[in-house]
Design a protein around this ligand. Structure first.
Ligand code: GLA
Length: 388
């Protein structure tokens, strides 16, 4: 239940009003800066949930220092790269692997005893074009000649294998969970299996999925787990397509260990019942579940005209968000033996991809606030809600 919410720590304005007369602004600033944000003094979220699952955060390398790093160390025992391990960053040109930024995250995680999720080995987005060009630079998807199509398919699968093998071998001893494929199911499918008609699919059918898992399995640590990751996994028909695909792949011996539920969700959507049903469905197939990209937007979707974004966020919205977080984490805890990790898609409300989305659809107006820490790393009502 949502209990009485603790009083927020003193705000900057209140602090200024309390300062002795004559204290100048820079002195006031110094005093303010010396105060730790409340995220650094309250109990650890990871500690609170350690009996059920690990708690993760998505990060950019610049967040591995300063207050971000302190908050990470206190509250999270798992980490994932928000962007820098995606194909476009790791292998921007064929054969030119770029591990510098990814290595920073791996080093930080190891130094601080955190689990690492790798996101992601295969995706239709943030993937460089060269993967899908034939030896003559022609887009493989445009090929009509059957012989050349067969050659292209072979070449693409070979490139995929090389990409996965190189990465997995490098991080074999460090990564516990691999997002092997991301978003292979379509929300508005063009085919009866609901498979996304990406370049991967157009060139190889569903074989890229099999090759991806088989290659990852071949090189990953014995106890590492391989995930198929997607958004809107709670709702039909998408979750049914995903379920059927996974069931079919498992029957063929494809080594899938679990489903990653991205969980880019909103206060009013999806329902808790759908969320619970989805976790149970995949657990019944013998699979693990991870909540891989959790952020709880204040807004509906699509934002306009039904759900405008706000220039200022009101207290009642934060309370509504806290109530949803409360119910959600109660559910996760209840299903704790079927969920091994819950990862937030960020650390605090000062850095979230949802801000761009809110602005894009509302003429630049709007700030989202999807996490349990505010932009200054103070706790929000949602923090207390999940800590009860
Ligand atoms: C998807 C991807 C993530 C991220 C978000 C938006 O969920 O899996 O890597 O790009 O979109 O930030």
């Amino acid at each position: 239940m949502l209990k009485v919410l603790r009083k927020p720590l003193i705000s900057g304005l209140a602090l200024a009003l309390l300062l002795p007369a004559g204290m100048n602004t820079s002195a006031a600033e110094t005093t303010k800066n010396e105060q730790s944000p409340s995220a650094l003094t309250v109990p650890s979220i990871a500690e609170r949930y350690k009996k059920s699952f690990t708690i993760g955060a998505a990060v950019e390398p610049y967040q591995l220092q300063g207050t971000d790093a302190q908050v990470l160390k206190r509250h999270y025992n798992s980490i994932v790269a928000e962007n820098i391990m995606k194909p476009i960053n790791i292998q921007p040109e064929e054969g030119k692997f770029n591990f510098e930024e990814a290595d920073k995250i791996v080093k930080f995680a190891k130094e601080n005893g955190m689990d690492i999720r790798f996101h992601n080995l295969v995706w239709h987005s943030q993937v460089p074009e060269w993967f899908f060009l034939d030896e003559n630079g022609k887009p493989m998807v445009d090929e009509t000649d059957a012989n050349q199509r067969a050659k292209n398919k072979k070449l693409l699968l070979k490139r995929l294998e090389t990409h996965i093998k190189t990465i997995v071998k490098r991080y074999k001893d460090d990564v516990k969970s691999w997002d092997v494929v991301n978003e292979v199911i379509d929300d508005s499918p063009q085919n009866e299996r609901g498979l996304r008609e990406s370049a991967w699919y157009k060139i190889t059918g569903d074989e890229y999925i099999k090759v991806a898992f088989e290659t990852a399995k071949r090189y990953a640590a014995k106890d590492a787990k391989l995930y198929i990751n997607d958004y809107n996994t709670e709702v039909t028909p998408k979750r049914t397509y995903l379920y059927n695909l996974v069931k079919d792949m498992l029957a063929q011996g494809v080594p899938i260990d679990g489903v990653g539920h991205q969980s880019h969700i909103q206060i009013g959507w999806p329902s808790l019942q759908d969320t619970e049903d989805s976790i149970n469905m995949f657990a019944d197939l013998g699979l693990d579940n991870q909540i891989t990209e959790l952020d709880l937007s204040l807004y509906g979707w699509p934002p306009r005209p039904a759900f405008p974004t706000y220039a200022d966020i009101t207290a009642d919205r934060l309370q509504a968000q806290a109530a949803k977080y409360d119910a959600l984490f109660q559910l996760y805890e209840k299903l704790g033996d079927k969920i091994s990790n819950v990862t937030f898609w960020g650390i605090a409300d000062n850095h979230t991809w949802l801000d761009d989305r809110a602005k894009q659809y509302n003429d630049g107006v709007g700030k989202d606030a999807p996490f349990v820490f505010d932009p200054e790393y103070n706790v929000k009502p949602a923090y207390w809600a999940i800590m009860d």
